[in-house]
Design a protein around this ligand. Structure first.
Ligand SMILES: Cc1cc2nc3c(=O)[nH]c(=O)nc-3n(C[C@H](O)[C@H](O)[C@H](O)COP(=O)(O)OP(=O)(O)OC[C@H]3O[C@@H](n4cnc5c(N)ncnc54)[C@H](O)[C@@H]3O)c2cc1C
Length: 303
């Protein structure tokens, strides 16, 4: 209920305006967002590297409505890859197809994605396409497979809350695609997604086992200690090396767990979002943590 309310509010322009101009909420957002500039994201990635973790830089933005906004995002991604190489960071890049014009025209979007992947490959780097709401799942998988057929420096994300995900994992593994597994962060209906956490978690464990046993390098993206323990147990039982997969976590979330996994010899990558368009990302993070909701709403209704 709380989660749905927050995800619904993430679509409200009035609420967005208040959140992004209010000093308190801007400060709250900084817990989850490294800053508004590339320099701030690079500094955060450097800190991760110094702490023994890799990074994935995400230039925030989604559902752009104009060709020029999509081209602007493409340019930003090209610059990020240049900067990572110049700074010699252990970092790759995450981005969304609706930020590259998927809502406008799919061929146009694919052209922009191709140019970013070519730049990634030229630096021996990698572009991860985030998974958005279920209306985009099939188009995202199809586009990633087409781009990947020419250039393997691209992978995508699978969400364990979707009923379809086992089939999608099988489909992507058949072409050797690297996958990030997460639970899923969008508002979905019972037609497409498990409504109960227990089922989302059970499917996560099932899909994690498919990924780890596939022989390809994947990312297990969760802060849930039970999902992490299940992954560690499965890897040990199947004699899968700690170097053959990585855990991924979000900037600002469970930093204690991040450090513990590094100390235990696991690979950890931190997803570092930055940019001015942080409102929807921030709202999804709040939806995952109802403890923050009361504070935010009290401030909103007092305004
Ligand atoms: C690297 C990475 C990339 C992701 N990419 C995508 C994507 O492309 N598409 C997509 O739909 N989703 C994505 N997600 C989000 C994901 O789907 C979940 O919504 C999110 O990770 C919370 O699920 P959880 O596995 O941590 O488990 P949960 O059961 O939700 O949480 C487990 C514990 O983690 C902690 N926690 C989780 N979230 C928060 C938070 N926001 N603030 C504070 N503590 C928290 C709490 O201690 C909680 O008890 C990504 C997540 C990660 C880590």
């Amino acid at each position: 209920m709380l989660r749905s309310t927050l995800l619904k509010l993430s679509e409200s322009k009035g609420f967005a305006n208040w959140v992004t101009t209010n000093g308190t909420t801007r400060r709250m957002a900084r817990r989850f967002v490294a800053g508004e500039t590339l320099d701030e994201a690079i500094a955060a990635a450097r800190q991760c590297n110094d702490a023994g973790m890799h990074a994935s830089l995400d230039y925030l933005g989604e559902n752009v409505a104009t060709i020029s906004d999509a081209q602007h995002s493409r340019d930003a991604y090209l610059e990020i890859f240049e900067c990572i190489a110049e700074e010699r960071l252990h970092a790759n890049v995450s981005g969304k197809l609706t930020q590259l014009g998927l809502d406008i025209n799919i061929e146009f979007c694919e052209g922009l994605a191709r140019s970013i992947v070519e730049r990634a490959a030229s630096f021996d780097n990698f572009l991860r396409i985030d998974m958005e709401g279920s209306a985009y799942t099939q188009r995202t998988i199809d586009l990633v497979k087409r781009v990947r057929a020419r250039n393997p420096a691209i992978g995508t994300v699978i969400q364990s809350y979707l009923y379809r995900s086992e089939k999608d994992v099988t489909d992507l593994l058949a072409v050797g695609c690297r996958i990030r597994l997460c639970k899923g962060a969008y508002k979905e209906t019972v037609d497409v997604a498990y409504p109960r956490k227990v089922d989302v978690d059970a499917n996560f464990v099932h899909l994690m086992k498919m990924l780890l046993s596939s022989g390809f390098y994947h990312g297990i993206a969760t802060h849930d200690p039970r999902m992490i323990a299940a992954t560690i147990r499965h890897a040990a039982a199947q004699q899968i090396s700690k170097d053959d997969f990585e855990f991924q976590m979000l900037y600002g979330v469970r930093t204690d767990l991040q450090r513990r996994l590094v100390n235990d010899g696991y690979r950890v990558r931190i997803y570092i979002p930055f940019g001015r368009d942080w409102f929807p990302y921030f709202m999804r993070r709040l939806a995952e943590r109802p403890a923050n909701l009361g504070f935010l709403l009290r401030n909103f209704f007092r305004k």
